[in-house]
Design a protein around this ligand. Structure first.
Ligand code: SF4
Length: 275
């Protein structure tokens, strides 16, 4: 698994700078790597966002072999700066082998990024990717709490520890999900939860979680699952339309409740800092 705490060389790479913006006046250029703000080392784009709220930002910027200083003065919320999204090598990947894994079911020969089994809380916060929480260590949990990375999107599948462990393909890391979710919830982190329904495995749990409003994302529609009778995921095909409709109605309600939650905009592969 790729370490999330210190991805690659650290810092964030400038993807683009708008003319006559604060970033342009600070002398920043596309390709620069910003490695620190006001003395705080940056691990990634979230750290940048976390430290970039002040009116005057002293940046350490790597350009080629040289490190230079730059002062970025805010004149408003927009710095005129686009930052590159994390590259595949910087992304945390899962150690699971879920019985229904959609990555495992992809046909061969597609672009490489589609096969990245990401399980990265940063991408969950930035882009709404679902994570299983199985590989998060204490330092990463503490970071989520400190930086209030909310909302997060969590693949629950089951809360029964044995059943969940089997659904996830019995990964090396075995962790109960409810204590982790409770810890994050106490810290004020909003979590959007989903289950993948595999009726012979977790349908009973799913009904229970839906009733408790703990889960509000729909299971993947049947068309996304290969029609392989030897695969447990084949049972998706048995989902009734009514069940899916009910789940989608709950999604709409929950999204309405969470309107205004913090988000960062993305353009293609780039993350745009809009704070
Ligand atoms: S968490 Fe499960 S479904 Fe997601 S990529 Fe990993 S093995 Fe596949």
């Amino acid at each position: 698994m790729t370490s999330c705490a210190e991805p690659g060389p650290g810092g964030v790479v400038v993807a683009a700078v708008r003319e006559r913006s604060p970033a342009a006046r600070a002398g920043l250029r596309s390709g620069d790597r910003i490695v620190a703000i006001n003395g705080a080392r940056l691990r990634d784009v979230i750290d940048f966002h976390f430290h970039a709220g002040l009116a005057r930002l002293r940046l350490s910027v790597e350009r080629g072999e040289r490190t230079r200083r730059a002062v970025l003065r805010r004149t408003g919320p927009d710095l005129g700066l686009e930052l590159e999204a994390p590259r595949p090598g910087d992304i945390d990947t899962c150690s699971n082998k879920c019985v229904f894994c959609f990555i495992h079911q992809l046909p061969r020969g597609m672009r490489k990024s589609l096969y990245v089994k990401d399980d990265d809380f940063r991408l969950s916060f930035l882009h709404g990717n679902y994570i299983t929480l199985t590989d998060l260590d204490d330092a990463e949990l503490a970071r989520i709490e400190e930086q209030r990375l909310s909302p997060l999107y969590v693949s629950v599948h089951a809360t029964d520890p044995d059943l969940r462990h089997r659904l996830l393909g019995q990964p090396r890391m075995r962790r109960e999900i409810l204590p982790v979710m409770e810890r994050l919830a106490k810290a004020g982190i909003v979590m959007h939860a989903q289950i993948v329904l595999v009726p012979d495995w977790n349908a009973e749990q799913a009904n229970d979680l839906l009733a408790k409003r703990m889960v509000h994302e729909p299971a993947m529609p049947p068309r996304h699952v290969r029609r392989d009778r030897t695969d447990p995921a084949h049972n998706f095909l048995q989902l009734r339309r009514g069940e899916l409709f009910d789940q989608r109605r709950i999604v709409r309600q929950q999204r309405h409740q969470h309107r205004g939650a913090p988000t960062l905009a993305t353009r293609g592969k780039r993350t745009v800092i809009n704070d």
